[in-house]
Ligand binder design. Structure first.
Ligand code: BTN
Length: 321
């Protein structure tokens, strides 16, 4: 946690005022430095009562995904060790990809309050209104062959699904390849983008969009019938930094499984949770529709469909229930 996080911790640790002297002592900085931190916090949108005799009192915090707010709830060590926050980006994936190209280490995470060009799978747009949801990209540098990267999408959906289960009574469903649904409506999606080099993965960017405090009125017309949010489903608002911190912790846990037990282990967990085996599915692969009984997930993340006794392997597409 950086110094602003430490100052906030002190402010939040008391119900009333706390003296500048006390904070200065705790942080081993001067009282002038503390005063500067308070001004900085105000510029970030915190409401601070400053009294000459009594010190400082926190009256209100902004609803923002600042790194130090996410850190309060984050149990991960590498994933999210560095969090870059922006009010607006074209896309957190584009930003994280550029950072990764210039050598940014594994675990760095980019979050934005809004995106102008939020990217969805298969060239679609990801609706990204301001201050409501989570738009997050994480840089990973897994030591695997490019053909083994696909299960990272599953790892992400599993982390999102666990996060929702930890925070609510909802029981999300997983839809191949990258959707998390609640009551048949999409609440989250993952877009992974990668850079490869010969037979090596240079890096992977996991981009996650999770609808948190989104209301029906904030939704674009075309997504209204098929999208939902934690707020819509539970009628409660959520502290987005908390959701984000728990999500990063879950991502690290599943990434650990991926690294230790291999991509197949992630496919197995996903397959089990999605209860896909034996289901009758229709999959639209670039305009071509395949219908059959799901036999499971292949080691490279493809779905295996039994179509009249012949197994068809499908790598990309949309599932219709
Ligand atoms: C999908 O289901 O189509 C994938 C959606 C992925 C959206 C997220 S939001 C954060 C990150 N930045 C982007 O531009 N896209 C991903």
């Amino acid at each position: 946690m950086d110094n602003l996080g430490e100052v906030l911790k002190e402010l939040r640790g008391v119900s009333g005022f706390i003296s500048g002297d006390h904070i200065a002592g705790k942080l081993h900085v001067s009282r002038t430095a503390v005063w500067k931190y308070m001004n900085q916090l105000e510029r970030y949108g915190y409401d601070i009562d400053k009294s000459k005799g009594k010190g400082y009192r926190l009256l209100g915090s902004p609803d923002k995904l600042y790194a130090w707010e996410i850190d309060r709830y984050r149990a991960s060590t590498a994933i999210g060790a560095k969090i870059i926050h922006r009010d607006n980006l074209d896309s957190t994936n584009i930003f994280a990809f550029a950072l990764a190209m210039s050598g940014e280490p594994e675990g760095t995470c980019v979050v934005a309050e809004s995106q102008n060009k939020g990217k969805g799978r298969l060239g679609r747009k990801w609706s990204s209104p301001d201050g409501r949801n989570i738009y997050l990209s994480v840089i990973l540098r897994p030591m695997v062959h490019p053909s083994n990267v696909y299960p990272i999408t599953f790892l992400s959906s599993l982390a999102v699904s666990d996060t929702i289960e930890q925070l609510t009574d909802l029981r999300p469903a997983l839809k191949w390849p990258n959707d998390v649904l609640v009551g048949q409506k999409k609440i989250s999606g993952t877009l992974i983008e990668l850079s490869t080099e010969a037979d090596m993965v240079r890096f992977v960017v996991i981009g996650i969009g999770l609808n948190v405090n989104l209301e029906m009125k904030d939704m674009d017309r075309e997504i209204k019938p098929k999208a939902t949010s934690l707020l819509i489903e539970t009628k409660k608002t959520f502290e987005r930094p908390r959701v984000c911190g728990i999500l990063l912790s879950n991502l690290e846990r599943y990434y650990g499984v991926f690294k230790t037990n291999g991509p197949r282990a992630i496919c197995d967990i996903w397959e089990e949770k999605a209860q896909i085996r034996g289901k009758y599915l229709e999959i639209n692969q670039m305009g071509e529709v395949y219908a059959g009984q799901a036999k499971g997930i292949d080691r490279d993340g493809a779905i295996l469909l039994d179509i009249n006794g012949t197994t068809k392997k499908i790598l990309a597409g949309d599932v219709n229930f």
